[in-house]
Write a protein that binds this ligand. Structure first.
Ligand code: KIV
Ligand code: ZN
Length: 538
């Protein structure tokens, strides 16, 4: 491996195609459920980032996924929009229909090729698997000239069979051949050998692009992807923050920054990624999926550019290259944690948000500015970039308000049962209820449930401080599930931020409840007995 390519080969394959599957494999992460609007927002950010292909979803999997793929195909300009389908006629047709509005579209069809999968999951003979793959590729070509075929579980498949089915897929019209390490089983050297073998053995290999799709079960997804590119793969499938099934997929920011930072080693491979959008994209995906980015995560983690040891700090102050192999600004990490105060004006606020990568409408800016002023009043040491990000994200994700917070009061202590009283606004009326619980937040959530009359179940609750310090903003993320007619249970994420963690908890819960009501399209009115009878002034 390493510098082994001859210059001709290297030049021909200099441009590496970045295929993003955050919205498909990434969305398969446990507990993640994005609405169509949220998916469009992420897709627009991926287009800004410069990805070549966006896998927008798996259209046959649900009506919601179909609509989301269609909305992205319709609205997101620039990248090729791809939709996933199993190798059967109905799946391919559904993907074709969903992608129809896209200027550039790709159908990505797949079938498993390992003995374990064919025998136990598909219950199909190998010949039937090859026939299904051929038929699916041919059918997909009726909708688009750009067809990708994946041999699921390729790294545990018989080599001769793998070469046979991939040759048949190329013959049927596939233009990209993807080799997934579905269960994150392979190692860099082994994967390098596999790609080299397939490039030699697949009939028609020179007419198609080789792609890889790695999972991270052994923490090797990025290393395996890089090894495969060295062996001749020209497309790499990735997700933002490395989210995805189980331990996730190849992290886009890591694989792209490895190629960029080690251009000297990696034959000058180029991508079309505007890396300065990584930080913002990572934040957006994290806040919309509710999946936190670990502090020590490479490239985009909070500590990725933090130097703790005195000796390191001293070195970085003298010359950043001593301990920094990438510059924070190369991946869009804000230059400084600039602090703004209550005297900062609207202009400075707008400029700072621009530098942080937020493009906002006047109305959004207006609301965010009001929240900033409120916060600046509470935080004596000033508002940092991280605070700004937290309030803007929370504000942007607020659904239309069906149940609005009017006021609340809690009592809690070591010798009294925690109790809460809450007053909510619904269609111009105020409704009030009290409850007790295992803690003040539980008491508040019970009181809210009585007002909304919804049967909600709190699936997940997390609280983190946005910055350090006693007056830090608390950020609460909740996942709340409720029954929705025939579809069974649906779950929604809600986020709330405040310097008061109980208030942040209430805001997060109400955001999730409002989203649930909006997707259901209806909600019961609160019981009349809970309505606050306003005193009429004489
Ligand atoms: O991991 C996998 O094999 C996949 C395929 C559908 C490409 O996600
Ligand atoms: Zn996968």
């Amino acid at each position: 491996m390493g510098k082994g390519l001859d210059p001709m080969q290297a030049e021909e394959r200099n441009r590496i195609i970045i295929f993003d599957t955050t919205l498909r494999d990434g969305e398969q992460s446990p507990g993640v459920a994005l609405s169509a609007e949220e998916k469009v927002e992420i897709a627009e950010q991926l287009a800004r980032l410069g990805v070549d292909v966006i896998e927008a979803g798996f259209p046959i999997s649900s009506p919601g996924d179909f609509e989301a793929v269609r909305a992205i195909a319709h609205r997101v300009k620039g990248p090729i929009i791809a939709g996933l389908s199993r190798a059967n006629p109905r799946d391919v047709e559904r993907a074709g229909e969903a992608l129809e509005p896209a200027a550039r579209r790709r159908i990505h069809t797949f079938i498993a090729t390992s003995e374990i999968h064919m025998k136990y999951k598909l219950r199909m003979e190998p010949d039937a698997v090859v026939a299904a793959a051929v038929e699916a590729v041919r059918r997909a070509r009726r909708y688009t000239d750009d067809v990708e075929f994946s041999a699921e579980d390729a790294t545990r498949s018989n080599l001769d069979f793998l070469a046979r089915i991939l040759s048949a897929a190329v013959e049927a019209g596939a233009t990209t051949i993807n080799v997934p390490d579905t269960v994150g089983y392979t190692t860099p050297q082994e994967f390098h050998r596999l790609i080299t073998f397939l490039r030699q053995r697949v009939v028609g290999a020179d007419r198609v692009k080789f792609s890889v799709h790695c999972h991270n079960d052994l923490g090797l997804a990025v290393a395996n992807s890089l090894a495969a590119i060295e062996a001749g793969a020209v497309q790499v499938e990735t997700t933002i923050n490395g989210i995805g099934e189980r331990a996730g997929n190849t992290s886009m920011e890591e694989v792209v920054m490895a190629m960029r930072t080690r251009r000297d080693y990696y034959h000058g491979w180029e991508t079309g990624i505007a890396t300065e959008h990584f930080y913002r994209t990572s934040r957006l995906v994290s806040s919309l999926t509710g999946m936190a980015v670990q502090a020590n995560k490479a490239v985009v983690g909070a500590n990725a550019f933090a130097h703790q040891a005195g000796i390191h700090q001293d070195g970085v102050l003298k010359e950043p290259l001593t301990y920094e192999i990438m510059r924070p600004q190369d991946v869009g990490v804000p230059k400084s944690l600039l602090v703004m105060g209550k005297l900062s004006g609207r202009h400075a606020f707008r400029e700072r948000l621009k530098e942080l990568g937020y493009e906002m409408t006047d109305e959004e800016l207006q609301k965010a500015f009001a929240r900033f002023k409120e916060l600046a009043d509470r935080k004596k040491d000033g508002v940092t970039d991280r605070d700004l990000e937290a309030i803007v994200e929370a504000e942007r994700q607020l659904p239309a308000e069906i149940f609005g917070l009017d006021s609340f009061h809690v009592t809690s202590g070591t010798s009294t049962p925690p109790t809460a009283t809450i007053c909510l606004q619904v269609q111009g009326q105020r409704y009030q209820e009290a409850a007790w619980g295992t803690g003040p937040v539980d008491a508040l959530y019970r009181a809210i449930d009585r007002i909304t009359s919804l049967q909600c179940r709190l699936e997940d609750y997390s609280l983190k401080a946005v910055t350090s310090g006693q007056d830090a903003l608390g950020e609460v993320t909740v996942r709340v599930a409720a029954r929705r007619g025939e579809e069974g249970e649906v779950a929604m994420l809600g986020r709330g931020v405040s310097t008061d963690i109980i208030e942040a908890s209430v805001k997060a819960y109400l955001a999730a409840v409002n989203k649930l009501c909006l997707t259901t399209g209806s909600h019961p009115m609160p019981p009349e007995a809970l309505r606050v009878k306003e005193a009429v002034s004489q």
